[in-house]
Design a protein around this ligand. Structure first.
Ligand code: ZN
Ligand code: ZN
Length: 366
């Protein structure tokens, strides 16, 4: 008895010491699609990263991701004296770790050229070695021949675009040849309004990725609520094919800090399914409203023009994530109205550069 108690205590304590926790990121399904949390731009020691591929899978699991792409550079291999391998190896090492953790691992590579056209990621490759070509265009064609999905990385990177984020004629050539299907609107800590604009105009898939080189916690302080940028993929199913189909059909939302960047229709449904008016009570000239937000993202709402001049309410309000938020609407002249519309903008749901999502919040007094 005593021995089993000691054993139990030991197991219990070691459980505490060694427990690994996954942080779940909560979003509702949209238009019947599951939201998969993905990072399609990750480096390991097999190019210029400082982390072994299996650790990338473990980091992704703990952060609540569903899929990652290992995208080591083809051309830039500063560790090649120590890490002698071909371009497929980092993916091959990460893949079984992903199977253990239920993290989809996508075979990718970063085509790393000077500007133009700069850097691009190719996903869903079969053999990365075929991208090791003298001319950049041959690397793109080799990726396309493997049915890859290709996107332009960090278009605003200051080392390649020192003053202005430019779209070069080489990008038009790639785009028209079907060799550029997406663009990073967010890379690492940087949002690019130009990339956002081009994605809308040219119907490119929007991506937000970490481009992580160090252990993830060196760049993001989870204790402060920080997270890596990610691409939310609206997928029919959690499979590699499900992700590919969604990327080809531009069903993504970029999640960066507290920003969600994407098409109005997706963001509107995400907001409406996350936020529920729990309680409305009237007290003479004031109406008290309580809202519940079931998602992992707070919403920053702001009053815009076009509101009923008899109503007085907040200028800005933060609807907290995973909890309740209350506010009061006052009537200058008391009425017996039982329904009110508030004209708002959700500032952190970005439908275009500098433009939050317009939203009419309908409130019903019960
Ligand atoms: Zn790059
Ligand atoms: Zn990179």
């Amino acid at each position: 008895m005593k021995r089993s108690l000691i054993l139990f205590a030991f197991l219990f304590l070691s459980g505490i010491i060694f427990a690994q926790k996954r942080k779940e990121i909560i979003f509702p399904d949209i238009q019947g699609y599951k939201i998969l949390k993905c990072d399609f731009h990750i480096h390991t020691v097999f190019s210029d990263g400082n982390v072994w591929p299996t650790i990338r899978v473990e980091e992704a699991w703990r952060e609540g991701l569903d899929a990652i792409a290992i995208t080591d550079h083809i051309e830039y291999l500063p560790h090649k004296k120590d890490i002698i391998a071909d371009h497929n190896r980092s993916f091959e090492i990460a893949l079984p770790a992903g199977e253990n953790r239920d993290i989809l691992v996508i075979h990718g590579s970063e085509i790393t050229r000077s500007m133009p056209p700069g850097h691009s990621n190719a996903l869903f490759l079969k053999n990365s070695n075929l991208l090791d070509t003298a001319k950049y265009i041959d690397a793109f064609k080799a990726a396309k021949a493997q049915n890859a999905f290709i996107f332009w990385n960090h278009p605003a990177w200051s080392r390649q675009q020192p003053d202005t984020t430019l779209w070069w004629k080489e990008h038009t050539e790639l785009y028209e040849a079907g060799l550029m299907q997406g663009i990073e609107v967010v890379n690492e800590h940087e949002y690019s309004p130009e990339a956002h604009k081009w994605a809308i105009e040219k119907k490119l898939t929007m991506l937000g990725n970490s481009d992580i080189h160090n252990p993830i916690q060196m760049d993001y302080d989870f204790s402060m609520g920080e997270h890596r940028p990610m691409t939310l993929v609206l997928a029919k199913e959690k499979t590699i094919e499900g992700i590919r189909e969604a990327l080809l059909n531009r069903r993504t939302i970029v999640y960066h800090n507290h920003l969600l960047i994407g098409d109005n229709a997706y963001l509107k449904e995400l907001f409406e399914k996350s936020v529920k008016i729990e309680k409305v009570s009237r007290n003479n000239k004031s109406i008290r409203v309580t809202i519940y937000n079931s998602s992992s993202v707070p919403f920053e709402i702001r009053k815009v023009k076009g509101n009923d001049p008899n109503l007085e309410f907040f200028r800005e309000l933060k609807i907290e994530a995973g909890g309740y938020t209350s506010f009061t609407v006052y009537e200058k002249e008391p009425t017996k109205n039982t329904s009110f519309n508030l004209q708002l903008e959700v500032q952190n749901l970005l439908v275009a550069p500098g433009k939050g999502m317009p939203y009419k919040l309908a409130i019903q007094v019960k």
